[in-house]
Design a protein around this ligand. Structure first.
Ligand code: ATP
Ligand code: MG
Length: 256
């Protein structure tokens, strides 16, 4: 059965989408069957794999609100060896609709059930909030991957996420694991970044991925071409880092 990873951090701009798109493409390149789910109304992951969010027949919103199946809405992206459940600004309506729905937190999990065996990895790009959409991702997930920038307030933000993870584990998804914490946009010449990184390791131990994603302009440029970085510049330090992250994940023994 697929490993389902919620890529989550309620702080904005920490590299959730960059990680979702590039880890999905890296895993696809290793012949794993990958589904990338965009749960953010910004639709950045959708555009990041070259899909026009303005021209969707169905989107993740329709799936979450029960108006179509996931199979109806998914888009095949053979160039990047992955499938996409796309999103656009309609996702805001799904967030509101799920708050009112009975068992609204289970919607994504239910939608995934019929296709889950078609994939090895399902990566969910979460919005920058602990909204109903993020809750849906955490309920459907087997693990949570937390990208974070090594900045002053980073640890504070992570504790709110960890407490949500704890609540969901206690109530509805006891198997939810912390897959790992990923240091993103890392600049080793920055003293504060090194201090925060040390603190992270002291606090979370081997939950911190060994792989560190450096600040790399190719990672920032690739989305404007609708491409993961490995298609845009496979030799960039950004591409190498995300390949290494996929390797590190695949090398880990399954936790269950
Ligand atoms: P949001 O919370 O708005 O969804 P996010 O957490 O998904 O944001 P991204 O969109 O992945 O964050 O990244 C924020 C910005 O930083 C983007 O412009 C992205 O291209 C850039 N970026 C991400 N990672 C890197 C990196 N390692 N090096 C350079 N730029 C990066
Ligand atoms: Mg994002």
């Amino acid at each position: 059965m697929a490993k389902v990873l919620a890529i989550a951090n309620q702080k904005g701009g920490v590299g959730k989408t960059t990680t979702s798109v590039n880890l999905a493409a890296s895993l696809g390149a290793t012949k794993r069957r990958v589904l990338l789910i965009d749960l953010d109304a910004q639709g950045n992951a959708t555009m990041g794999v070259g899909v026009d969010k303005g021209a969707l027949e169905y989107s993740g919103c329709d799936v979450l609100l029960g108006d179509c199946t996931l199979a109806d809405a998914r888009v095949r992206c053979p160039d990047f060896k992955l499938d996409l459940l796309p999103a656009n600004e309609d996702m805001t309506a799904a967030d509101v609709g799920l708050q009112d729905a009975e068992q609204g937190q289970l919607s994504l999990k239910k939608a995934l059930a019929p296709v889950i065996d078609e994939y090895d990895y399902i990566l969910i790009d979460c919005p920058p909030s602990l909204s109903m959409l993020t809750v849906n991702a955490l309920v459907a997930a087997t693990g949570v991957l937390v990208p974070m920038q090594c900045e002053y307030y980073a640890l504070e933000g992570i504790s709110a996420l960890m407490s949500t993870v704890g609540q969901i584990r206690k109530s509805i998804n006891p198997g939810l694991e912390v897959e790992g914490i990923l240091r993103t946009m890392f600049d080793p010449r920055n003293n504060l970044a090194n201090l925060v990184s040390d603190e992270l390791i002291a606090h979370f131990g081997d939950k911190v991925f060994n792989t560190v994603v450096p600040r790399n302009v190719r990672l920032a440029e690739a989305p404007s071409y609708g491409q993961p970085v490995m298609a845009y510049d496979a030799r960039s330090t950004g591409a190498i880092a995300y390949f290494a992250l996929a390797g590190e994940m695949l090398g880990k023994k399954p936790s269950k």
